[in-house]
Design a binder for this molecule. Sequence first.
Ligand code: SF4
Length: 260
Amino acid sequence: MKPASLTDEQWALLKQYRFQKWNPSSEGGTDAMLLFDEGEMVRYLEGRFSLMGAHDLKTAGSLFMKRYAFVAALGMLAATFWNRKLNLSPDNLVLVDHVNENGLWLPKVCLKDDEAGEFTSTSEKEDFIQSLFSDHLDKIIGVLKHSAKLPNLILWENVAVYLFWIYENDAFVTGKTIHDRKERDFAQLLSDENSHWFGMYNKNPLNRYYTEKERVEGLEDEIRVRKTCCFSYRLENGEQFRCKTCPQTCKVKRMVHESN
Ligand code: SF4
């Protein structure tokens, strides 16, 4: 690994997705490390019900995972497209609350140590990916599973949708080398052979969600239909309106409507 930093343009791109350098003098925030404790996670989520527009832990926990998925998605963006390793250890991250003009809870993820490294071998990159997922994302998923009683399947799909967005987005491709690296990294992320990168899994926890996009009535573009319901329909604020563009056979939602 060689020491390296991100360019101003690269930081600007990350900032568009609320991923930024930490400024302790102007921002409060919650150390991500605290949330590895189930009691702290419950306190954190309950303390944000009104910001999120949630009324229960399941809904808040699922929304939290959608936001936290950006740690994986943007970490992989830097690794694949820029060959850079960001310091994404939980003790380096601070979550700062932010609600946008549409009422969506979109916390910033701030990095205390904003130095990066340059991968000089495949094994360095694989170690990074494994630690990002197995030692970090999978652990947070475990905490939410117990504290918010959310199934693994919902939580991993919340991560998968943002990873797929990174790897299916040609805006980040700047040439053939990057294109080829993107294809290779994406295939490796979906491979059952690499299931152990994600934790104690026999099957790759992302792969099951990588289905063909399909045409859905009322939508212009083909889309990938969600397999699990993320509970956004239960939110009070603007997030619930995103359901209109999610045609997944949201069984829970349908049951609620049928019983009314
Ligand atoms: S319809 Fe889609 S976006 Fe809405 S809660 Fe269900 S899975 Fe989530």
